[in-house]
Design a protein. Structure first.
Length: 106
């Protein structure tokens, strides 16, 4: 198996600028929201918003890691159930995983 490099996608030539003024408080609020949404540049965040796209906050890395682990556990339990194998040892893990999922959804 070889690792093929992904083709580079050319960025559009952004040669136009928009200037506007904000208060120090507005600037801080915009920067905080951009960072929470996972943007390194405020300009990228504002461009997404300005184009009418929805900006969703990025889950913290630790939370993503935990959710991936929960998904993995659920998949293992599902495979055992589909194979008809007893999984009484896994019932407690399943209950715990479902409890964790519920806590994130509430």
């Amino acid at each position: 198996m070889t690792d093929e490099a992904k083709p580079e996608v050319a960025e559009p030539n952004r040669d136009q600028q928009i200037h506007f003024r904000v208060t120090a408080e507005e600037k801080r609020a915009i920067e905080v929201k951009a960072k929470a949404a996972g943007y390194k540049k405020v300009s990228d965040y504002l461009r997404v918003l300005g184009m009418g796209n929805e900006v969703k906050e990025v889950l913290p890395a630790e939370l993503r890691r935990q959710l991936v682990g929960i998904g993995t556990n659920l998949n293992q339990i599902a495979r055992l159930a589909q194979a008809g194998k007893a999984f009484t040892n896994h019932e407690a893990q399943l209950v715990q995983a479902l409890s964790v999922i519920r806590s994130y959804l509430v």
